[in-house]
Design a protein around this ligand. Sequence first.
Ligand code: KG4
Ligand code: ZN
Length: 357
Amino acid sequence: EGSFRPLVLGIETSCDDTGAAVVDDHGNVVGDALNSQTKTHVELGGIIPPIARDLHQKNIDSVVTQALELAIVNLQDLDAIAVTVKPGLALSLRVGLQHAKMLAQQSGLPLIPIHHMEAHALTTRMIERVDFPFLVLLASGGHCLLAVARDVSDFLLLGTGLDDSPGDAFDKTARQLKLKNLPECEGLSGGAAIELLAKGGNPRAFPFPQVMTQLPDCHFSFSGVKFAAKKLIEAEEARLNTSPSSVVSSAPDICASFQYAVLHHIARRLQRAFLFCELTNLLPKDKTLVVSGGVASNSYLRSGLQQVCEMNSCNLVCPPPHLCTDNGIMIAWNGMEKLLQGTGCTHDLETLDIEPR
Ligand code: KG4
Ligand code: ZN
């Protein structure tokens, strides 16, 4: 016997995670499967799109099958299939959409095209009540943005990243530091490795240049911090006579100072967003900020942002880390919200395409 609740299958392949999950309209995850490519990409020193595509292709069928098996449902028990179509790597997005189209063809189910960032922004609503409108900050390997979420499919963008993503700054800095050579960083993303080392370092040890302080907007830039970290690491390696394969002994201080610089930049942009929303009455008195994305799973950043929120009488909501990173759950839930609103479903497989940018 199938469930009486509506069920949506979500498929995510926009970057380097192959994810599939089935959720119901109460936000229960009835089946969830994920194949992360992080390990491969860390070993190769970055995401190489054709390799990401090949891994998606290799794993998508078993990931979807596993999610359905865990949910103990067949395709016929579902109400729709949600799939990420933007933004992301073209080669990666295509694998997910093609697979979703094949399943839709097999089953006659409608497809729901999903915007990856919108899905990140709304994931938290599956576990707790957050009413529109609310402010949302996404900081991940692909993006950084501040937006007002006004409805399921209505977002006002306040600011975006102008250059490198914060995740990229974390990943490149971790690589420059060769943190993957440390046993305690085994299997961790660059960001998680830096967070770990920073716990034993002094955030004031090294000054970082402050970024964009003169620009009165909510955009982000992380290339300056990334470049400053690169120079600092080179200088420290020379000063401390570090051998080419080892991690410089001042790495904890470098990580802590770098992390502090990233927090400082994000906190300033957030403060501007609060000011703007106040002037334009975009948010209710009882304000909420939702913070999500892989970088936002950093607990040092979270506690810093908590302070900014307190100064602005804002309630900070952070989805649990496993819901902050890329997975099929967030796509399935976004599909469910659209399904419940009666929007977003399509049977027109022909015209449905990816929009990488
Ligand atoms: O949202 P996400 O899982 O995926 C994409 O955006 O594709 O974000 C991944 C990024 C990576 O750059 C990773 O280094 C970073 O999030 N990240 C972190 C932490 N955990 C993951 N950055 C800072 N601190 C962390 N604890
Ligand atoms: Zn993401």
